[in-house]
Write a protein that binds this ligand. Sequence first.
Ligand SMILES: [Zn+2]
Length: 250
Amino acid sequence: MVIAKSAVEGNYVKTGSKLFDVVGLDKVWVKLDVYETEVAMIQYGQNVTFTTAALPGHEFSGAVAFIDPIVDEKTRTVRVRLNVDNASGMLKPGMFTNGTLKANIDSHGQALGMDLTGKWVCPMHPEEVHEQQGVCSICGMKLESAESLGFVHHDNGSNPLLIPASAVLKTGQRAIVYVQKDDETFEGREIVLGHRAGDYYVVRSGLQEGERVVVRGNFKIDSAMQIAAKPSMMNPDAKMDDKKPMLHQH
Ligand SMILES: [Zn+2]
């Protein structure tokens, strides 16, 4: 499609002069801004669904083809580019889009994508994954090893520990949960959280699998602790970290 015309019939033009701007809109790029705190969950080749206010009710998708290695200092975001098929021609350059990415993450909060170990890929086209060295069938560029492009993340083999988000009492930098010790004893414990995942938080440290945490009424326990001048979320100075179980009076 001709989107700009710089010459008219009869013009004298030299070699290299621009006559027309011609674009193919059957494939488009979608540029998304991702907060730097979430960029670890994004990986080359991941599928992202997105919508645009210009076309309500339509959902589109594309694959992550580029993750900017530099954080924009003004917006604190990282630019991520998707390659998107646009055979229908519905998407037009310049439209605003809003994307949703669902990632599988390991216990370190790192995205687990497709395993590209030993594969050869085009740096521009995530759909091009080859077993052997060669060239991209779309753009003709030389394929690079996935390792050399930094696309291979070694799975550390552990699933993240999750707790319901409602179990967590957060104050600024700290996160507290109440852990059940026996029928009527709860221990306040400071834990280290990873990312939030829907109605859950990833726990980086401070809890073991199988421990029971309070998911309802934890604010009540916390305020009872405060009244009893015991360490609580709001008043941690009574040494939250001495790990001494405290009796909760009903
Ligand atoms: Zn290519």
